[in-house]
Design a protein around this ligand. Sequence first.
Ligand SMILES: *Cc1c(COP(=O)(O)O)cnc(C)c1O
Length: 386
Amino acid sequence: MKSRNLLMIPGPIEFEHEVLQSMSSATPSHVDPKFISTFHHSLKLMKEVWQAPSGQAFIVAGSGTFAMEMAAANLIEQGDKVLVISTGYFGLRYAEILKRYTADVDILEAEVGDVVAIEDIEQQLKTKPYKLLCFTHVDTSTAVLNDAKAIGELAQKYNVLTLMDAVCSVAGEEIKQEEWGLDIVVSASQKAIGVPPGLALLVASLKSIHSFKQRKTKVQNYYADWTNWLPIMKAYENKEASYFATPPVNLIIALEKSLEIITAEGLEQCFERHRKAGKAMRAALRALGLELVSKNEKLSANTLSAPFYPDNIDGTNFLKSINEQGVTLAGGLLHNLKGKYFRIGHMGSVNQNDLLATIGAIEKALQKHNHQHNLGAGTKKTLELF
Ligand SMILES: *Cc1c(COP(=O)(O)O)cnc(C)c1O
């Protein structure tokens, strides 16, 4: 039996061979003309993928959490009022980051598996002059998908800047940053963007850059400060050499490759493929008698699924059995439900074979743990939907 496992967690994911290969070239200087051209092209492709033609793209070494922090550090000054809409673990993380930068944070927290109703967000926006509305597009702890378009439009109505954590959604779920009025959309390389971990990525609207330029106080984080990074991004846009802190050269070469693959597929096709994968995975899990954390189809993410373990099954042993079948899945992340559910990533280059292998491994593990189901019911459902 082959020793390789299929990595079906919500990031890092299975990466395209071409992307991995592109990283193994000799590392050029960060001011090598060819690399300058790669950086230039990656910034341009990001704006295409984010659908933000007039936005400012940033590529900086760091994980998704750093992309979140960079946005907070540059936008927040002492006492700025921020409304955080939380749909799970990452919403609460954002609230902590914003508080660390001395924001005055109110949190509207959804019930587990649900979203906060748009009417409730509007009600809250009426109570104070918020500077910023922050939410998570796909919360990776619950597999809940927020209606980014509706939230973006609502925030515009109240003239509030929007900050969307899209670490688990860019290049997987439909995002039209500019059309939907989203000011800052942050992401990271290792999820649907399909590049090994290490890149913090974000696109900021001109409005948010303007707000940053109006600051009265210095940014309280030297490495995150746009005062340092804006001239660097501008230089690469103009194909000029520059330096503030060494960029992760090989990862950026891989980023260009992956963004090329995504745009060559076509964004609409890419979103449709994820919708199909999400729908098939959820239907297959239900066919096996598993319930999902996300309450209904409309608010279910397409980049990952979060099913509850069946009663009387020990989660750790169950995931171990799946792993022995050649598929790696992730445990729960939400504090009070940690041992009760697991997570399956299905984003990026995911295809029908990956889904079938995953469902097949889950079925075998269920059988091993004496769960009653018709063997093949899940794989059948997947095949029917593809
Ligand atoms: C993965 C993830 C993060 C954190 O990203 P890291 O790269 O682990 O720092 C933040 N938000 C969401 C929605 C995520 O899925």
